[in-house]
Design a protein around this ligand. Structure first.
Ligand code: SF4
Ligand code: SF4
Ligand code: SF4
Length: 217
């Protein structure tokens, strides 16, 4: 089924004390109805998740029968520009931004639980043999978890944005995961989720793969 995007509840500019009881989709509009039966009409692109506005794969890459017509939305390039700004920062500035964001983490694991690619039977965060990280909310434990999880997404992340949507602390996880998506595409010409046959870069190798990451002892 062609995906037309999902509404980001946080983008609906309504008073939080008033409950939304219904929502309708009509052409390129979304009509929100509150408990007082008051209707508010928004353009769809005003309410969609940023990841949906950016998405270039509204058509499932693998399918038997395709249902629906493709929306003629243009990709917003929002995330691309955010990540390009991130790349312009020095390493110290990137580290500072990472620390600023991750220091808000309460280690609820919602980002991991919602991720379609975090499917390990036992996550490294809970392993006891070996024990990788402590169970505390100490910043070093939190950072170890986040660095581990984000790097585990290399060649796996499909940029669905679900981790960012699920985070109760509003942490900008997508800048980090999208940076990995971009790097994997540039370095290995690979995008996750597009083929059953192609192995992800960390599961295979080509002799011509770039090797800058290998350092002399
Ligand atoms: S954006 Fe990537 S890391 Fe986040 S939930 Fe989707 S696949 Fe997982
Ligand atoms: S964070 Fe890593 S180890 Fe844990 S479930 Fe996700 S991919 Fe698996
Ligand atoms: S969802 Fe947010 S607060 Fe929860 S563990 Fe992930 S980054 Fe931390």
């Amino acid at each position: 089924v062609i995906c037309e995007g999902m509404v980001d509840r946080k983008k609906i500019p309504m008073n939080n004390d008033i409950e939304i009881v219904d929502a309708l989709e009509k052409d390129d509009k979304i009509i929100i109805i509150d408990e007082n039966k008051k209707e508010a009409v928004y353009k769809k692109e005003e309410l969609l998740f940023d990841s949906c506005l950016d998405c270039i794969y509204t058509r499932p890459s693998v399918h038997d029968i395709l249902i629906g017509t493709e929306p003629d939305n243009k990709r917003s390039e929002l995330t691309v520009s955010i990540v390009e700004d991130f790349e312009k920062k020095s390493l110290d500035e990137r580290w500072k931004y990472f620390q600023e964001q991750i220091s808000k983490c309460i280690r609820c694991y919602a980002c991991r639980q919602v991720c379609p690619n975090c499917y390990c039977k036992e996550c490294f965060a809970e392993q006891t043999r070996p024990k990788w990280i402590g169970p505390t909310n100490n910043i070093s434990d939190i950072m170890f978890f986040q660095i581990g999880r984000i790097f585990h997404m290399a060649g796996r992340c499909i940029d669905c944005g679900a981790c960012t949507h699920a985070c109760p602390m509003g942490i900008d996880l997508r800048t980090f995961t999208y940076k990995l998506v971009k790097d994997v595409k540039e370095l290995f010409d690979y995008e996750a989720g597009l083929s059953f046959e192609d192995l992800p870069p960390l599961a295979t190798f080509k002799p011509e793969d770039k090797q800058e990451y290998i350092t002399e002892p």
